[in-house]
Design a protein around this ligand. Sequence first.
Ligand code: SAM
Length: 261
Amino acid sequence: MIKAKKSLGQNFLIDKNILKKIINITDVKNKTILEIGPGTGNLTSHILNKNPKKVIVIEKDFNLAEMLEKKFKDKVKVINDDVLKIDETKLCKDKLTVFGNLPYNISTEILSKWIINLKDCFWFDLLVLMFQKEVADRIIAEFNTSNYGRLSIISSWKLNIKKICDIKPDAFSPKPKIDSTLLCFYPKKNFVKIKDPNNLEKITRIFFNQRRKMLKKPFNQLFNGNEKVLNKLNINLNLRPQNLSCDTYYHLVNEYENLIS
Ligand code: SAM
């Protein structure tokens, strides 16, 4: 009997209909699959039933990793490590299809790490990820809404995002106190080129530091009142950070990189 560890965000998905829904999002036959935090292997079993080429899982909990090795033997490559320490690009030459019912406490950190560290080429063809609903709402938020912020801007930079469904606590054991949401992320063919993605983190951090204040202060901090940038991007400094579109932020990063180069 596995006792769920709260510190590792262990809420195991037990609802068979949701498990089926997840695995039917994409055809995994002959694909190489990466699963983050497989837990007791409920989703892993469903993935294996669909004849993938290879399944790699990353599980931080030593006991669970050992259990998964015994359960799946050579059908699954189990990596007992922290996903935040892994370089996913070195796992396999194939493009990976990624599944993860992510531990809530590090879900945004994982997503940001993947996006910020992306090089010219995508190492995955699809991410199917479960988030706390409130986090998913921030990821998919449009500008001019209260949920819109850094996470929406960073997530949409190189990825198209599709909401699949919300999931109630009953689908998990133990039941979490919050609702969850399943999202899919697809690589974009075209996106605004940024020299150093850390600048996207920096600019959005400075702008959203005081999200209720007008744009004047963060803009002046970064661009010293540069009117050319204002006119080029058609920015009204009396607006607030949530009123600028994602594209405007990406172009602001371009302007910032020109300024400091
Ligand atoms: N995928 C399983 C399911 O749906 O039943 C379990 C999901 S549970 C929400 C999160 C899983 O991620 C747990 O098994 C937990 O041990 C694992 N985990 C937590 N932190 C991790 C980390 N930093 N790296 C890898 N796995 C982690």
